[in-house]
Design a protein around this ligand. Structure first.
Ligand SMILES: [Zn+2]
Ligand SMILES: [Zn+2]
Length: 489
């Protein structure tokens, strides 16, 4: 190619006219193209990013920006909205309309679904390890869905390794990997003396970090916080700017038992004994088996008779597992009129009753709240399951009036669940905070349908931490006997 350029024969190649010939000659002679340098100097990379979003190639984005005489994405948007796109050669009415429509979409909240917390952590943790870095971004705050993934490292070879990982489909802008999950992941390579600074910056929400800018240099987060004169803050609380001493939050090790799980009696995958053994191996003192009742519909539910037969199986398992204790429980459906799906005399035999709304999540607030509060007033109910009923990315929260539910919880002593299923996380952090401030007790539970599902306790615990919960706010941070001796109000 260089040979052809030097001999002046390059235009014999297809598609090469005088313009390209001139640039090629320059490249061969000087090793650079001045025009390109100029381009890099004047056109911000964000224009290319915006162009790609609008369906233009990188080169075309730059050409259009130059034709418009704009240098930033914002100027590009303004010029487009002012109707100037049509002055650009090659852009007709149709193309203009398409670009304007794409710009409108850009204004809407991002349509892409955030990555569920369990998947986000499963994606970032091994990548962080592979590049010798630590997890930052949304998953480090245990946000219920992740849109910003980030890893911070001081390893200068990290980018090479990052690019070669099978989970990274492509790297753009020298630091942002497009992951197999479709969510971008930023790799921050920080010099050792600024590692803490960049970790703090890549972890907090935009509002949290902005409140502390300019961040001082620090090798550790502790050093940065010390220079800011602010106590170290657990990542879960780095949503809103916060400068005071944070409370001592609930830890996974504080949890003494799991109060919500299923077995093969309903839609679980393991037996009563298998679930009990697995819970004991986790170091728990107790596990409540809470299978469904008939009204749940889609999956098998236990009748009064079934519940009693299951009680015999639990008694037998307890003989083998003692002093570990399996509690006889139920995830009892709340019927449309607020009554429960099992007769009172059966509920009275049980150690632990979770009351759940499954059907009728779309009821108006007044009806749904009335129905729920009515069920909480049943003297056998101990906990309200997944109160807001959301399925993340599939079903919005219901209209339940939480303040009314908090009031009923205080009156009856019923706890509110933080359900650890990755697509529920219900109550979510903001709700936990309101509940805790109201003095309502929380139960952190997994709703496990398998032995493995018991591992979701960390999701429930960190969600409770996002709501500022301490061990004192959490019922199952108590030994079972201590809780049992507290009578229901
Ligand atoms: Zn349920
Ligand atoms: Zn359940």
């Amino acid at each position: 190619m260089a040979e052809l350029v030097r001999k002046g024969r390059v235009r014999e190649l297809r598609g090469i006219g005088p313009g390209i010939e001139r640039r090629l000659a320059e490249l061969v002679e000087t090793g650079r193209i001045a025009e390109l340098d100029e381009l890099e100097r004047t056109v911000q990379p964000e224009i290319v990013g915006l162009g790609l979003f609008l369906g233009l190639s990188a080169k075309r984005s730059v050409d259009v920006a130059r034709a418009l005489g704009v240098e930033s994405a914002e100027e590009f948007r303004e010029a487009a909205r002012a109707g100037r796109l049509r002055s650009v050669p090659g852009i007709g009415a149709k193309r203009e309309a398409a670009i304007l429509a794409a710009l409108e979409r850009e204004e809407l909240p991002r349509p892409r679904r955030g990555l569920l917390l369990n998947r986000a952590r499963a994606l970032v943790e091994p990548i962080a390890e592979a590049v010798g870095g630590v997890v930052a971004g949304d998953p480090r705050r245990w946000r219920d869905t992740s849109e910003r993934l980030a890893i911070v490292t001081s390893d200068n070879n990290a980018l090479d390794r990052f690019q070669q990982l099978p989970e990274i489909v492509a790297v753009v802008d020298d630091s942002v990997g497009v992951t197999v999950e479709g969510v971008p992941m930023r790799l921050v390579v920080a010099p050792r003396e600024r590692f803490g600074t960049e970790l703090l910056r890549a972890t907090g929400s935009v509002a949290y970090v902005a409140a502390f800018e300019p961040l001082p240099a620090g090798a550790s987060e502790g050093e940065v916080y010390a220079k800011l004169g602010v106590p170290w803050c657990p990542p879960e609380l780095r949503e809103e700017p916060h400068r005071a001493e944070p409370p001592e939050l609930l830890e996974l090790a504080d949890v003494r038992g799991d109060l919500h799980c299923h077995t093969t009696w309903s839609d679980g995958k393991a037996s009563v004994l298998q679930m009990g053994e697995a819970a004991r191996e986790r170091g728990y003192e107790y596990l409540a088996i809470c299978d469904h009742t008939p009204s749940v519909g889609a999956v098998p539910g236990l009748t009064a008779d079934d519940v009693r037969r299951q009680g015999e199986e639990i008694a037998a398992a307890n003989e083998r597992l003692s002093p570990f204790r399996i509690l006889r429980g139920s995830e009892c459906d709340i019927l449309r009129d607020g009554s429960l799906d099992l007769p009172d005399d059966v509920l009275a035999e049980l150690d632990w009753v979770q009351a759940s709304v499954h059907g009728g999540q779309r009821m108006p607030a007044r009806e749904l709240t009335k129905r729920t509060v009515e069920a909480m007033r049943n003297p056998h109910v101990r906990c309200l399951s997944h109160p807001k009923g959301r399925i993340i990315n599939h079903r919005p929260e219901n209209a339940l009036d939480l303040d009314a539910v908090f009031e009923a919880a205080l009156e009856t002593g019923v706890a509110l669940e933080v359900n650890g299923l990755p697509d529920r996380l219900d109550l979510r952090g903001e709700h936990v905070r309101r509940a805790v401030e109201a003095g309502v007790k929380i139960a952190v539970s997994t709703d496990a349908h398998s032995v493995r599902g018991l591992g979701n306790m960390e999701l429930a615990v960190h969600t409770a931490r996002r709501g500022w919960a301490t061990a004192g706010d959490v019922l199952n941070a108590l030994p079972w006997e201590a809780y049992r001796s507290q009578p229901r109000r």
